[in-house]
Each structure stands twice: as structure tokens, then as C-alpha cells.
Design a binder for this molecule. Structure first.
Ligand SMILES: Nc1ncnc2c1ncn2[C@@H]1O[C@H](COP(=O)(O)OP(=O)(O)O)[C@@H](O)[C@H]1O
Ligand SMILES: [Mg+2]
Length: 485
């Protein structure tokens, strides 16, 4: 199918463009590297997919393109040409040799704060300009932010989803996928057609969130699941997933990601302004024209850093007792021995007794899903969490793993260690945990290495904590993990 299409396209454009090779495919179009014969230069030539072209029609496409053609801004990829040729609807933009923000994120996962803010501000200036011309982008996402000579260039202005909205029902009927809804504003996800600047502000907020956190504010196995979260759930607080983000950035981002348009910044410029207030604080000192207060601030920061370094080896620090949280389900089916159940106790009670003579601070907490619960446990800054594999299981029928995974993700960038205990053989659970967390590990390298699985010791039918061998093994594991000798 591709080959005849390719030949037909090459023939249709002969004399104007020579098609070199395919660069990529999106939901709407196929992008080719082409050679502009008249100007002897490489260009990116985008051809709408036949079903999109059919649903939209040439007239509507060319009208839409004409609006885009008027946009002239240093951070907007300009339109070079557009047209219809032998039934193909195409448009031509400069070929960007750099990479898209998507490719950069795939490689780096999280970007340094100043780089993320710089990209956001450049995109915001492009969006603000377009909004003032009455053009809404509707598809702001890392794929549409191209990085050219260190500058962010916004591509596909107003074309992509304007197209879809017009032809929405027909396209849905043909089963065309719009791609990920991860960056859609709630109103867009709900199918609202009257989108304004604030919808783009939300999408840009989602992109900034991903640059800092390593993933967009809402993820899920299906588009439907993601949309449900976009509509109803607050994203995980940024400082939970990335602790070095200044409070002002978190506040600005939370506002940009407001569920209702009225909660957000009225314009992309206002969002950028809120961020640039912070950028001034995090930017490396220029040396030139530094004010006295700036020097004083630098001195305070240096002193604080010096103090932090001291703290790392000071004897006070040596006296610091690691905080060990024993998390447990209170469900009797998950308590390991009769005697404990009769005493209305939990595994955590017994484990706490086993560890009583170690130089640690012990704290018992019940499990249970919910971000507020996870937030709270993170805020204790535990050194070690000892937990039942099913601590986060809701009802008996539920698989414990998704909530467990979410819980562990909250700790991805901290150095908390975990002992996960289970009645099952250690190898089985280790394998399950490893595969369940493979994607988290890919982004937050080292998380899996912080998890110790404590399974059924060979001699018995499970980790019965009153058994001296089992108890001894657990205590030994805790001492080893915390370096207590
Ligand atoms: N101007 C361009 N220069 C170089 N590569 C491009 C350009 N525009 C698009 N591409 C590549 O083609 C791919 C498909 O683009 P597109 O059809 O816009 O879909 P999407 O933006 O959803 O990825 C992009 O991900 C990118 O890799
Ligand atoms: Mg694109």
C-alpha cells in the first residue's frame, strides 16, 4: 500500500518537491523529508492521511492552513507551502534537523529545571502570540515542540485538532486514533468544541510537568483511563515526584493545570510571567551587574550548602536513628499467626517487637490506597519501610499490585528502602515486583535495588514472626539494609 502511494505522491509533486524518505507518522499525517527543487533546500512535507483528507475536504483544509500561514513568530515553525495534488492534501514546513522534545524526553526523562523553564517560556511566547491572533493550537505536546539550534519551535499550529473537531464524528466512526489524550485539557477531553487560550495553557502545563516529573500529570493503560483522571483527579504533587522544584514553580504549574479554565492563567503570557519570577531565582548568577542583595543571597546559599556538608559527617548525624515504618494491612487474612490475630494485633506489632533492641525509631502505620495517605507517609521521610505485599490491597478481589506500584512511585526520587514480605516464595514475588516496576525503574534508576523481598524461609510455612529463625532473619536483613553493625 505504501509503495504505490509513495510513487503517486512523488509523481503529483514532481517538479516542485523530490520526496527523499519518510521522517515519521502521526495521527493525521505522514511526514516526509523532501527537497524543495526551486530553492534547493530540504523541507518537511506533511501529507494528510487519506481518511483525514476525505473527512476534512480540500477547501476547509486550505482555509485552515491560510490562518496558520499568517503566524510569524521566532518560536513558531513557519509554513512554507501548502496545496492539493492528485487528491493529496499537503503542507510544507522547514525541516528541523534537531530533535523533538519527545525524543529528548525519551533520552533524558527529566530535564534540568532551567532548561524546562526556558522551553516552557519560549512555547508560551509562541502560544500567546497566536492566541492574540485568534488561533488556538489545540495539540500542544512534546511531539509538536521541535528543538532547533537550542530554540523551541512550535509545530502544527491549529491544524491538527481543528481538523479533528470539524470532522470529529466522521473520523471517530472510521476508528482514527487521535493519539494520546495525556496533554488534553479537561474541557477538550470532555469533547467541548469551544476551546480558548486557557486550553493551550493547560496543555503547556502538562508538558512542563512531564519535563520536570518524567511523566505527564495523568497516565493510564487506556485513553479512557487517562481521560477519567484528567477530568476528576488532581495530579500527584510535583514536589513529591521531584523534590528540587521551587514552591513558586509548583504553584504556577498547579494553577496552569486547574480543572476549570477559570482557575487557570488567563493567558500563556501570564503563565510565563509566573514562571519567570522563579527563573530569576534559579538562573545561574551572571556576574555582571549583580546587586548587593543578590550577593547576600549567594552568601546565604553558600553557607547553607557548607552547613549541609558538615551535617553529613557531624557526630549529631551519627546519633540520628533511622526511621523504620512498619506498614500493614489490618485485614486478619493477612496477619501471619493465630496468636497475633487473637490478640487483635498485626504483623507490624510483632515485627516492631522483633526490632525493639535496634538503634532505630519504629513507627507503625496502616496501609490503604489514596494519594493523601501516600503523601503523608512520604512526608515522614522514612529510611526503611517494612510492608506486607498486600498492604495496599483494597478488598479481597482486588489485585494488590497497582496501588502498591503507585505507592512505590511516590518514593522514586527519595532514598527510602523497602522490605516487602510475603507468604509466597521470594523469587516469585521478586519477579512480579521487578516486572511491575520495570517502567518506573527505567525512569528512576535504582528503585528496584532499594527493594528487598522477604519470602517464605525454607524451614516453615510462611514468615511466622514468632518463629525465632524467621524473626532472626528479618532482623538481620534490617540491620544489613541500614548498615547497623
Ligand atoms: N518539521 C519537521 N522536521 C523534522 N521532522 C519532523 C518535522 N515535523 C514532523 N517531524 C517528524 O515527523 C513525526 C510525525 O509528525 P506529525 O505527523 O506531526 O505527528 P506527531 O506530531 O503527532 O508526532 C514527528 O514526530 C517528527 O519526528
Ligand atoms: Mg506534529
Amino acid at each position: 500500500m505504501v509503495a504505490p502511494d509513495h510513487a503517486r505522491l512523488a509523481a503529483a509533486l514532481a517538479g516542485r518537491y523530490r520526496i527523499e524518505r519518510e521522517l515519521g507518522r502521526g495521527g493525521m499525517a505522514t511526514v516526509h523529508l523532501a527537497h524543495d527543487l526551486k530553492h534547493d533546500r530540504p523541507v518537511a512535507l506533511k501529507v494528510l492521511r487519506p481518511e483525514v483528507a476525505a473527512a476534512l475536504g480540500a477547501e476547509r483544509f486550505l482555509r485552515e492552513i491560510a490562518i496558520t500561514a499568517r503566524l510569524d513568530h521566532p518560536h513558531i515553525l513557519t509554513l512554507i507551502d501548502s496545496g492539493e495534488a492528485d487528491g493529496f492534501l499537503f503542507y510544507v514546513v522547514p525541516y528541523v534537523r534537531g530533535e523533538s522534545l519527545r525524543t529528548k524526553l525519551e533520552r533524558e526523562q527529566q530535564l534540568p529545571l532551567d532548561a524546562a523553564l526556558r522551553i516552557t517560556e519560549q512555547v508560551a511566547s509562541a502560544l500567546d502570540y497566536a492566541h492574540r491572533q485568534g488561533v488556538i493550537h489545540r495539540d500542544v505536546k512534546p511531539e509538536n515542540i521541535l528543538l532547533h539550534e537550542g530554540e523551541a519551535m512550535v509545530a502544527d499550529f491549529g491544524i491538527a485538532l481543528a481538523v479533528l473537531q470539524e470532522a470529529g464524528e466522521r473520523l471517530t466512526a472510521t476508528g482514527l486514533s487521535v493519539g494520546t489524550p495525556a496533554y488534553m485539557s479537561p474541557e477538550q477531553a470532555a469533547g467541548d468544541r469551544q476551546l480558548d487560550a486557557r486550553s493551550d495553557v493547560y496543555s503547556l502545563g502538562a508538558v512542563l510537568y512531564e519535563m520536570l516529573a518524567g511523566e505527564p500529570p495523568h497516565t493510564g493503560p487506556t485513553a479512557r483511563a487517562v481521560i477519567a483522571k484528567i477530568l476528576a483527579e488532581p495530579p500527584t504533587r510535583l514536589t513529591v515526584v521531584r523534590s528540587d522544584v521551587p514552591a513558586a514553580v509548583e504553584t504556577a504549574l498547579a494553577k496552569a493545570l486547574g480543572k476549570a479554565p477559570a482557575d487557570r492563567f488567563a493567558s500563556a503570557a501570564a503563565f510565563a510571567e509566573a514562571l519567570s519570577a522563579t527563573a530569576a531565582q534559579v538562573a545561574p548568577p551572571s556576574g555582571r551587574g549583580r546587586s548587593r542583595s543578590r550577593r547576600a543571597l549567594t552568601a546565604i546559599v553558600a553557607a547553607a550548602l557548607g552547613f549541609a556538608a558538615l551535617w553529613a559527617w557531624h557526630p549529631w548525624r551519627a546519633a540520628h536513628r533511622p526511621l523504620v515504618i512498619m506498614m500493614d494491612s489490618t485485614h486478619p487474612d493477612r496477619v501471619y499467626d493465630e496468636e497475633t490475630i487473637r490478640a487483635s494485633g498485626t504483623n507490624a506489632d510483632v515485627i516492631s517487637d522483633i526490632l525493639a533492641d535496634l538503634p532505630i525509631v519504629r513507627q507503625k502505620e496502616s496501609g490503604g490506597p489514596g494519594w493523601h495517605r501516600y503523601d503523608e507517609v512520604v512526608s515522614f521521610h522514612p529510611d526503611l519501610i517494612i510492608m506486607h505485599y498486600s498492604t495496599f490491597r483494597g478488598s479481597d478481589a482486588d489485585d494488590p499490585r497497582p496501588p502498591l506500584k503507585v505507592f512505590l512511585r511516590y518514593f522514586a526520587d527519595l532514598d527510602t528502602r523497602f522490605v516487602i514480605y510475603t507468604r509466597s516464595p521470594e523469587a516469585t514475588v521478586r519477579h512480579e515486583v521487578d516486572s511491575m516496576l520495570a517502567d518506573v525503574e527505567a525512569r528512576h534508576h535504582g528503585l528496584l535495588a532499594r527493594i528487598t523481598v522477604f519470602g517464605t524461609p525454607d524451614h516453615g510455612g510462611g514468615p511466622h514472626w514468632r518463629d525465632p529463625v524467621t524473626a532472626g532473619e528479618l532482623k538481620l536483613a534490617v540491620k544489613r539494609i541500614l548498615g547497623l553493625d
